[in-house]
Design a protein. Structure first.
Length: 320
C-alpha cells in the first residue's frame, strides 16, 4: 500500500514541479545528468510507474485459486529436498488446513501463529495510542479488539487511524484495501449473498436470505460454503431474542460496510425492495411489530415512501 501511494505521487504532483526537482537534484556531481538523455528517460519512467504498478496489482488480484493446489504440490516436492538444510518457510493459505502438510510432518517443525487473546490485543492498542500521548476510551478499545479478532496488523492500523484522524469505528485506508482485495476474489453470487446479509442485519436468517435472493439451492449452498471457507460469514445464534432461528452475519462491520458500498444505488434499492417484500409477507401471519418496523425501513430505503408509511402505520396499530 505504501509503495502504491509513493508511486501515485508522480501523478498527484504537477509535472513542472517534478521536472524542476529533477534538474535541481541531478545538476551536481556525482549524478550530473542535467542536459542529457538519461534524465529524460528517468523522468518518463518514474512518471508512468503508477500504470505498471496498478497493472501488476490487477493481475495479482485475478490469480485463480486453483494455483493454490499447484503451489502446494511444488512445495511438497521442495520440502523433502531441503531436509538437510535449515530453511524458514512462511506459509499462508486460503483454507484453514491443508492435507499435504500432514504427509510432510516428519520433515517440518510447524509453528502456527494463533490470534492474540483479548488482553494482549488491548495491550497492543493501548501501547500504540500511548506513544502519541493520547488516551483511548473503553468502548472504542472494546470495538477495536472485537473487530481485529486478534490480528496484530488490524490492531495496529485501527489504533494508528484513530490517533491520526480521531475517527471512531471507521476503516483506515490500509484495512479498506485489504478488505476490498478479499471481496474482489468472490464470484458474483457469493458477493450478493454477503451484501444481502449486510442489509438484512439481525433478520438474516437462512430462510429470509433464500427468499430474498431466490437462488437455486445448490447455488446458495455453494455461495455459503465459499464465504465460510474464506471466513467472511459466521452463523450466530439468536438465543434470548424474540426469534430463535440462527442468522448468517458478515464477520465484522468493516466487511459488511465494504460489501454494501459495492452496491450501485439502483441495485441497493432493489435489494431493499426484495427484503421489504419478504418481511412484509412474513409479518402478515405473525403480527410482529419488530418485523413491521424493519420492513418499513427497507421500503423507505427502496424509495417507496407510501408503502413504508403504510407498513409503519400497521406497526403503530399493532402496538396500540
Amino acid at each position: 500500500m505504501k509503495l502504491l501511494i509513493g508511486t501515485l505521487l508522480s501523478f498527484a504532483i504537477p509535472g513542472t514541479v517534478i521536472g524542476v526537482s529533477y534538474i535541481v537534484a541531478f545538476n551536481v556531481a556525482p549524478l550530473e545528468l542535467t542536459g542529457g538523455m538519461a534524465i529524460l528517460v528517468l523522468c518518463f519512467v518514474f512518471r508512468n510507474m503508477p500504470v505498471g504498478v496498478r497493472a501488476g496489482i490487477a493481475a495479482l488480484a485475478q490469480v485463480d485459486r486453483t494455483l493454490d493446489e499447484a503451489s502446494s504440490t511444488l512445495l511438497s516436492e521442495l520440502i523433502p529436498w531441503s531436509g538437510d538444510k535449515r530453511i524458514l518457510f512462511a506459509l499462508t493459505s486460503r483454507t484453514g488446513h491443508s492435507r499435504w502438510i500432514d504427509a510432510l510432518r516428519p520433515y517440518l517443525r510447524l509453528i502456527k501463529l494463533e490470534p492474540l487473546d483479548d488482553e494482549s490485543a488491548r495491550q497492543v492498542i493501548v501501547g500504540k495510542v500511548e506513544q502519541s500521548g493520547s488516551v483511548i476510551s473503553e468502548d472504542y478499545l472494546a470495538w477495536c479488539t472485537r473487530i481485529a479478532e486478534g490480528n496484530p496488523y488490524f490492531l495496529t492500523e485501527l489504533a494508528s487511524h484513530w490517533v491520526q484522524t480521531g475517527e471512531r469505528q471507521g476503516a483506515p485506508p490500509s484495512l479498506t484495501a485489504v478488505i476490498e482485495q478479499r471481496l474482489s476474489m468472490l464470484d458474483q453470487p457469493a458477493l450478493q449473498l454477503l451484501q444481502a446479509c449486510a442489509l438484512l442485519e439481525k433478520n438474516a436468517t437462512l430462510e429470509r436470505i433464500e427468499n430474498t435472493l431466490g437462488y437455486p439451492l445448490h447455488q446458495l449452498l455453494s455461495s455459503i460454503s465459499e464465504l465460510s471457507s474464506l471466513g467472511m460469514i459466521v452463523l450466530e445464534s439468536n438465543e434470548g431474542a424474540f426469534e430463535k432461528s440462527a442468522r448468517l452475519s458478515p464477520r465484522h462491520e468493516l466487511l459488511a460496510n465494504a460489501a454494501e458500498n459495492r452496491l450501485a444505488p439502483p441495485a441497493k434499492a432493489f435489494l431493499h425492495r426484495r427484503i421489504g417484500v419478504v418481511l412484509e409477507s412474513e409479518s402478515a401471519g405473525r403480527n410482529s411489530s419488530a418485523i413491521l418496523w424493519d420492513c418499513a425501513k427497507h421500503w423507505r430505503q427502496a424509495g417507496d415512501v407510501d408503502r413504508a408509511f403504510t407498513v409503519a402505520r400497521s406497526c403503530a396499530t399493532h402496538l396500540m
